[in-house]
Structure formats: C-alpha cells, structure tokens
Design a protein around this ligand. Structure first.
Ligand SMILES: O=C(O)c1ccccc1NCC(=O)[C@H](O)[C@H](O)COP(=O)(O)O
Length: 261
C-alpha cells in the first residue's frame, strides 16, 4: 500500500469517528460559519508575488521540519511579510497539524486561509468553513470526478474557493469543471515523494486559462518562481523552504523583497 493510500484509509476512519462525535448541526452553529470569506484566487490574480505560505510542522517525506514555533507567530509573520494567503495543514497523524491550527491562524491574521487536508467527505468541507477557512484543497489522485463535482459545488455554496490539485495529465483531464477556482500542479509525486518542477511546466499549457494556475511543492528559489511565472503560474505554494527556518515570516519577507526587485 502506498503512503497516500494509507493516509486516505486512516482519514476515512478519522472522519467516521468525527461525524459520530460532532454532528453537522454543531459545525453549522460555529460563529465562523456565517463569516464573509476572502477569495484566495482573486488575491492571486492581482498579486505580484503570488506566494501561498504554508504552516507545516512535519511531513511523510521529511519527518520533522519545525516543531518549535506557534502557529500564531507563523501566521502573523507570514501576514507581515505580505504573502497572498496561508495554507494550514490540518492532518494530525502525518503532518502534526490540527483544526485548532486553522482556528488559531484565523484569529491571528486577515489573510485567505487554505485548509490543506486530504478531503474525502463533504463533512470536512463543512468543518473547514466552521474553523475559519476561505479555501479548500481537493486532490484529484484520491477522488472520482463525481466526488470532485459534488465537493466543489458544496464549497461554492459555502463561498469557499477550491484549489484542485493534479500531478499528471490523466488527473487533469478527469477534473476540469467550472466549479473549480484554482488548478494546482503538485511537483511532488505523492506516491514516491519525488519532486520535479518540470511537472508544472509540462502541464501548464493544458490547463485552461479560466483557472488560476498554482505550482505546489519543492519551490525554494526566486529563479524557480520567475521561471514558473513565464509558464503562466500565478500562485506558488511554499512550505518547507520557509518552515525549516527559525523565522518563516522573515524568510517569506526576504523572498518577496527579492521578487519585487
Ligand atoms: O510534503 C509531503 O511530504 C507530502 C507527502 C504526502 C502527501 C502530501 C505531502 N505534502 C503536502 C503538500 O502538498 C506540501 O506540503 C505543499 O505543497 C508544500 O510543499 P513544500 O514546499 O515542498 O513543503
């Protein structure tokens, strides 16, 4: 079984348990459920840097990245740096994240927040809204076309932006539909963890221009962003490169300063 299959199997158990413990009616009573969301895709369209900075403590490919910082400090640091949005990993078992991280990030910044999660059930989209997200991630590798349609339509009803993630042409072809806002190309193969920025470059021309193009994973240089921009990418999702430092906000600020020069 690949690690991705294992993550999804664990996620199904976790979601079943949560649904039994916290009913949808309770999620809908959250004060954040009625909040006006901020569109990440619109911000990216109008941004020069296009940086979506990630809060990431650890990962299956790198184990520990940074366990010593508070999500509050990281979110404030990223906001001060001028990033476009923040991605908050909420998976606990493999990434050391939680929904508490999402709500704490929400309380400490006014940026669009992406709930970075392995979404396999509509319940998790309601959770995202209840805990302060503005956007959700859908991963084509773990969903059928019908699920992508159902989940993205629900997200639009809740005013959440949708970032659909693909890694190859087959996933892209099965996924294209009007209820998506952003098309993300993950440079990391989630089955082997191999990272290659050529993946974004090779898929770009096949992504219709109606979608904001986002390149994800393995981005660690200004040169890489400049090259990806020439392939029409407007968003750049960066986790480890910022989080491995003592001050992710400062690292993001330096990055953005160099991009603006
Ligand atoms: O990061 C991993 O090792 C990983 C493994 C299995 C599934 C997903 C994984 N990462 C999620 C992400 O998409 C990244 O955190 C995100 O794109 C940022 O990547 P990076 O800048 O390389 O930290």
């Amino acid at each position: 079984m690949s690690i991705l299959d294992q993550i999804v199997a664990d996620k199904r158990q976790e979601v079943a348990l949560k649904k039994a413990l916290i009913p949808v009616s309770q999620l809908e009573q959250s004060v954040l459920f009625e909040r006006n969301t901020i569109s990440l895709s619109k911000r990216l369209k109008n941004s020069h840097s296009g940086i979506i900075a990630e809060h990431k403590r650890r990962s299956p490919s790198k184990s520990v990245i940074n366990n010593s910082l508070s999500v509050q400090a990281v979110a404030k640091g990223y906001e001060n740096a001028g990033v476009c949005g923040i991605s908050v990993l909420t998976d606990g078992r493999y990434f050391g994240g939680s929904l508490d991280d999402l709500i704490l990030a929400r309380a400490n910044c006014n940026l669009p927040l992406l709930r970075k999660e392995f979404i396999i059930d509509a319940y998790q989209i309601l959770e995202a809204k209840a805990y302060g997200a503005d956007a959700i991630l859908l991963i084509a590798a773990i969903l059928t076309r019908d699920e992508i349609k159902q989940f993205s339509k629900l997200s639009k009803q809740l005013n959440l932006d949708v970032l659909l993630e693909v890694h190859n042409e087959e996933e892209l072809n099965k996924s294209i539909m009007p209820s998506l806002d952003m098309l993300g190309v993950n440079n990391r193969n989630l089955k082997t963890f191999e990272v290659n920025l050529e993946t974004s470059k090779n898929l770009s021309a096949q992504i219709p221009n109606d979608f904001v193009k986002v390149s994800e994973s393995g981005i660690s240089s200004i040169k890489a962003i400049q090259t990806l921009k020439s392939y029409d990418f407007k968003g750049f999702l960066i986790g480890e490169n910022f989080m491995k430092t003592d001050n992710p906000g400062n690292s993001a600020a330096q990055f953005i300063k160099q991009l603006e020069q």
